[in-house]
Design a protein around this ligand. Structure first.
Ligand SMILES: NC(=O)C1=CN([C@@H]2O[C@H](COP(=O)(O)OP(=O)(O)OC[C@H]3O[C@@H](n4cnc5c(N)ncnc54)[C@H](OP(=O)(O)O)[C@@H]3O)[C@@H](O)[C@H]2O)C=CC1
Length: 360
């Protein structure tokens, strides 16, 4: 197997900006249409439509692969996108090079997670070959995975963990990469600096939270998980040291009885950030990271330029305000990344991260 660092692997997989003509490869086996769940307008569940005639995805860039979808999954973002969340920003990114004469994003396929098998590779892809079992989280500005086939950049794809079925594997990439982005890339925690750190996870029983607990436990942290009572057994099973029921009284007061934290991951948002930063150790590099941000909502409401300006002002002023109080305040976002999925696959195959089923 080629290493990701090899020129034929990682370097060529980075060629997102290359002209499309370099990567086109006709597939002798590709059908012209495929089954998909699509939406033709934003709205409630009944906008979902099943079709057998969705256009088969094409390789437009030399570093892209076509994946035959064996399993896909849904996240809260799919429900939000179905209702129009992020349409302004995501549509702008959907066709930045104006490759297609698209008047509209519809029919739009939702679904970010995929576990499946590589069917076709662009000319510059040598890290994967047809037949490889892979998993990925496709960014929201691309057509999604509720289809028989999906196209992804090689940089977004990784070999599926061997110990998981396709169905289990499809539950992890989007939440895993979101947690990875928040904890590691934005929050700065990693295997070498996390041991003994006190980590608080708000909204710990959801997709992102259940992954984040396992990730920081694998790196040696002490984890306090906040969730409702019925999830407490699961939290303990995943490694949480303390479990706090947010429905059993004033959460802020309950958490104030505990020692201060080095890191807080907020999956809940709202008024939580008005008091949660007071739970951090001061002047010690302690960090609060929230995943609940108004970034896309600002653009939907105000347009791209004013939305970005508003976002910059909001995050900038909050960051500075909290810096003066001795703590770091950050926003985090899902980031598609094959290399990060490689690291997650290792954690899964070594038994340190489990796929959580709905029956648990
Ligand atoms: N910025 C980004 O790029 C991304 C942001 N997100 C955001 O992160 C958040 C988490 O995502 P995800 O894990 O997939 O969502 P889920 O819906 O799977 O999980 C949310 C969890 O939060 C719990 N919860 C709700 N209210 C509270 C509360 N007051 N205190 C503690 N826990 C609470 C719920 O538990 P219960 O049902 O027991 O109340 C639920 O298990 C969402 O808001 C999502 O929009 C997610 C992905 C990417």
């Amino acid at each position: 197997m080629l290493s990701r660092g090899a020129v034929s692997g990682r370097a060529l997989r980075g060629a997102v900006g290359s002209p499309p003509s370099r990567g086109l490869r006709a597939s002798p086996r590709a059908p012209s249409a495929m089954p998909s769940w699509v939406i033709d307008r934003y709205g409630p569940n009944d906008v979902l439509r099943f079709t057998r005639n969705m256009v088969f995805p094409a390789i437009n860039f030399p570093n892209e692969v076509i994946i035959k979808v064996h399993a896909a999954s849904l996240n809260p973002i799919d429900l939000s996108m179905r209702s129009g969340y992020g349409a302004t920003a995501l549509n702008m990114k959907r066709d930045p090079l104006k490759l297609k004469s698209m008047d509209t994003e519809f029919p739009l396929t939702l679904g970010r997670d995929v576990s499946g098998v590589v069917m076709e590779c662009g000319l510059n892809v040598s890290y994967f070959k047809p037949g490889d079992e892979v998993w990925a989280a496709i960014p929201p500005w691309k057509q999604g995975t509720l289809s028989e086939f999906v196209v992804a950049s090689g940089n977004e794809v990784s070999f599926k963990p061997k110990c998981l079925s396709h169905t289990e594997a499809a539950s992890l990439p989007y939440v895993g990469l979101t947690a990875w982005s928040a904890v590691n890339q934005v929050g700065g925690l990693n295997q070498s600096n996390c041991s003994g750190k006190r980590v608080l996870i708000l909204g710990a029983s959801g997709g992102v939270g259940t992954f984040a607990i396992q990730l920081v436990k694998a790196w040696g942290a002490h984890v306090t998980a906040v969730c409702s009572h019925d999830a407490s057994t699961l939290m303990k099973k995943l490694g949480a040291d303390d479990v706090i029921d947010y429905k059993s009284g004033n959460l802020e007061q309950q958490l104030k009885t505990l020692p201060l934290f080095d890191f807080i991951l907020d999956n809940v948002g709202g008024s939580t950030e008005n008091w949660a930063l007071d739970l951090l150790k001061k002047w010690s590099g302690a960090t609060y990271v929230t995943l609940v941000t108004p970034f896309l909502i600002n653009m939907d409401k105000l347009g791209v330029a004013d939305g970005m300006l508003q976002t910059g002002v909001t995050v900038g002023s909050k960051t500075v305000k909290h810096l003066f109080k001795g703590v770091h305040y950050r926003w985090a976002f899902f980031m598609p990344s094959g290399p990060s999925l490689d690291e997650i696959a290792e954690l899964v195959d070594s038994g340190k991260v489990l796929a959580v089923s709905s029956s648990e």
